[in-house]
Design a protein around this ligand. Structure first.
Ligand SMILES: [Zn+2]
Length: 220
């Protein structure tokens, strides 16, 4: 039952990648950890977003081995699995090649924290992770090592694209949307001059308020 609901959620969230213009063709994926199990669900490889169904979402163990599903999992499965193995607080992972964020990744340049929205969501700059080839643990290792020293839920993997994490698949998708949004704005700001930095103590204040005070309080 829990896996079925998670498959539905992760299937639906892929449509958000399309809606926010974060993906071309099939190059982007969302996964979600199955609560209380050493399992996660992820997009099948090479399937068009329009053709995704909850049943097509693949269930894998934390080594990336398929335990349920008829399709092959995303080619990024090893990276997602590595993140779930080494970041127990993470319940959702997203990967995209969204244009502006990947342009920063192509230059190997962190996005500086020059917008209050960045302080809110990322708590500082969006860092750059190492260059890593797909296939083994290198991408996952680069994501975990880079994010471990940062408040940012997003990392720009050099010459590649974006990985984001969250306490749910939805929050990881939100981080991917916000990452692309600020990547674009800071890029535009750069065209006309040098964006002004925000003082570290103000970044701290903004981040704390957004993480703890902003929005609707849940009393459930
Ligand atoms: Zn990729």
């Amino acid at each position: 039952m829990m896996i079925r609901e998670l498959r539905e959620t992760v299937c639906r969230l892929h449509a958000e990648l399309v809606r926010y213009g974060l993906v071309a063709w099939t190059a982007g994926n969302v996964s979600g950890r199955v609560p209380g199990e050493d399992l996660f669900v992820i997009k099948p490889s090479g399937v068009s977003y329009d053709d995704l169904t909850p049943e097509s979402i693949v269930v894998c163990d934390l080594d990336g081995v398929v335990v349920e599903g008829t399709l092959s999992p995303s080619s990024d499965t090893a990276a997602h699995a590595y993140v779930y193995r080494y970041m127990p607080e993470v319940n959702g992972v997203v990967h995209t090649h969204s244009t502006y964020a990947s342009a920063w990744a192509a230059r190997g340049e962190a996005i500086p924290c020059v917008l209050t929205a960045m302080a809110d969501e990322f708590g500082g700059e969006i860092p750059v992770g190492p260059f890593a080839l797909i296939g083994g643990d290198d991408i996952g290792k680069g994501v975990v090592e880079t994010l471990s020293g940062h408040r940012s839920p997003a990392v720009l993997m050099r010459n590649h694209g974006v990985f984001t994490v969250g306490d749910s698949p939805t929050s990881a998708v939100k981080a991917a949307v916000m990452c692309e949004d600020v990547a674009r704005t800071v890029h535009v700001a750069r065209q006309l001059g040098d964006p002004l930095p925000i003082a570290p103590e103000d970044i701290d204040r903004l981040h704390h308020r957004y993480q703890h005070v902003y929005g609707q309080r849940s009393h459930l």
